[in-house]
Every structure is written in structure tokens, then in C-alpha cells.
Write a new protein. Sequence first.
Length: 365
Amino acid sequence: MARVVGIDPGTVSVDLCGLDDGRVFLDRSLSTSDALADPSVLVGLLDEAHRAAPLDLVAGPSGYGLPLTAARDLTEDDLRLAYLAVDGESGGIGGLRSLMRMLARSATPVVLTPGVVHLASVPAHRKVNRVDMGTADKVCAAALAVHEQVARRGCAERDASFILLEMGGAFTAAIAVQDGQIVDGAGGTSGPLGVRAAGALDGEAAFLAGSITKRLLFGGGAATIAGASDASAEALAAPSTPRGRLAWEAYVESAVKAVAALAVSAPRACEVIISGRLARVPAVRDELARRLADVIAGRPVHVLAGFATVAKQAAQGAALVADGLAGGRSAALVDALGIREACGTVLDHLYVISPAAARARLGIS
């Protein structure tokens, strides 16, 4: 038995999912801006859950990830590596470091979990010049997808193979899973076009920008193309203007291309699983299923359902990871994914610039 909580620090919302011997006891979603403006609210929810009955583990908001690390042991360098932000950086999800400092001082046992690039199951040649192959929350979403495929197909964790397309409120990412292990990934800043984010940048476009900031990485997506930065997902999926139609076409095709590319890394993937905020939109699901049928024939498309009502899939997956790490029902899942064996930093595989130069950019000696 294990009593655990998983946290997903999304661009739009911060979600919490708690499991007590596999049963949901906490299912909450907080506005990201509100949660980070006053981190004591989120910390208070965890403290309340811990007082009701001691928590065995909390999979915390891990950003780009770290090899499994207890929050109480985090250094300032660890925080910079996990969130890839320098002091004074106003873009991105500001405030995560402050939240983690509060969590480290709380009574709850919080750990940070790895991103895709930390996993030994991803071959080194796929990591060359890659940092964002999928953040820690994407690993957690993949954990939930493994969990569901095992239940749906009646197979073991080591038999799970699929491509996960994670379509969030800002970023889109894709993860390749083969034989129960993550073998490749394209993260939100290096992969498909997102609703808010541009995804992978043309090198010449990056040169012309002159300076790449976190704020730039969080912009230039489908909403920007459509000329409606606050457009809803439903509006993007039902364009009524030329720019809207351009944005919709670019968004959907970019996602399909990401799946097709990752099929190279996971040739035994038997299905495509879509998750995230945009996966709830029928027009998005239907169009993806139609186009993917032409690209990866014979592989059905499933929507990641999850087991909670409110918390996003990544928070549910984080709860499963925490449960497995604490010796609960998901122990075999965590073992298959190699969470404990994760190692290194997100900067270790850089050649276009040196890891030392990247560390200096983050203010790490």
C-alpha cells in the first residue's frame, strides 16, 4: 500500500492527483498563475493531505527533470538545471523555483523525477544536441499511457509499445515507447507546433530573432498564426478566417509529422495515443485519427482516458510514478520505465555549443 501525490506544473494549470493504495483521494486543478503567485495554497493542500494520513511520496513539479532527487537535497544548481531559467528571466513558467523551495521545506516527502533525456533507455545517438526531448511531465503522461495500454490489451508493462502525442494548452510533444520503455521523444520546444508555442525553431529564424528568450519559446504557435492569442481550442479547430485555416492546417500536420518521425524509433508501436487539453476537442481527435490512418496504417488512435475526473493526465501519471517508487501497485511500471536508473543532466549531449557554455548561460560554474 502507498499513499502518494503527483503534480503536473502545466502552462495553464497546476494539477494534483493523489492515490491511496490505487484509489483517488485528491483530484484538483489550480490556475498556474494563481498557484505560482501564492505557492502556499498548493503547499497547504499537500500539508492537509499529509496530516490526514502520512504521504509516502510526492512526485513534484520537475520541469525538464533531474535524476530522481529528493526536494530537501536540491541545490540552486539543481533548480537551474530542472527549470532552465536564469535569475530575472520573465518568460516561461516563472515561480517554479520558489514553489520548489517551499516544497523542500514542507513536511511532505517530495522528489523530482527525470525527463526523457535522462533515461538510459533512450540511445545516446538520439540525444545528440537535444535538451528538450520531453519534460518530466511528459514522462509521467507516458507512464499513464503504459498503464492504460497494459489494462486495455491485457499485456505486461514490458510489452507496451505506442507513440504518445501530448497536446497541451501551450506545447505539443511526442514520445515513442517500445517494449515498455521510452526510446525517443520530441519535446514541446523541439517538436511539433503547439497552441501557444512555435515548437522546433528554424535555425535561421532563431538567428533572425537575435536573442532567444523563454518568452519567445512560449509564443509563435497556432494561436499567434491565427491572430487570436486568446482563442479557445474549439475556435482553433473551427477556423473561419484565412489565418485561422493556416494555423489549423499547420497545427494538425505538424502533429502528424511528429508521430510519423517517431515511428522510425519505435517500429513495433501498435497504436497512437493522444492526450492533453486539445485531445478533449472532438474536431482535433477526429482530424488526427483521419490523417494518421493514412500515415501509419494499421495503428489505431486512442485517447488517453485516465482515472481521475479533474487532474490532467500528466498529474495522474506522476501519481502512478510516485506510487511505484513507494513500492505500491505501480512498481512494475516504474521498473519498466527505468525511472530509478535515470542519470546525467539535460546539458550532457550538446555539441553545437559546449555543456560548459550552457552551464555558464544558466549561471552554473
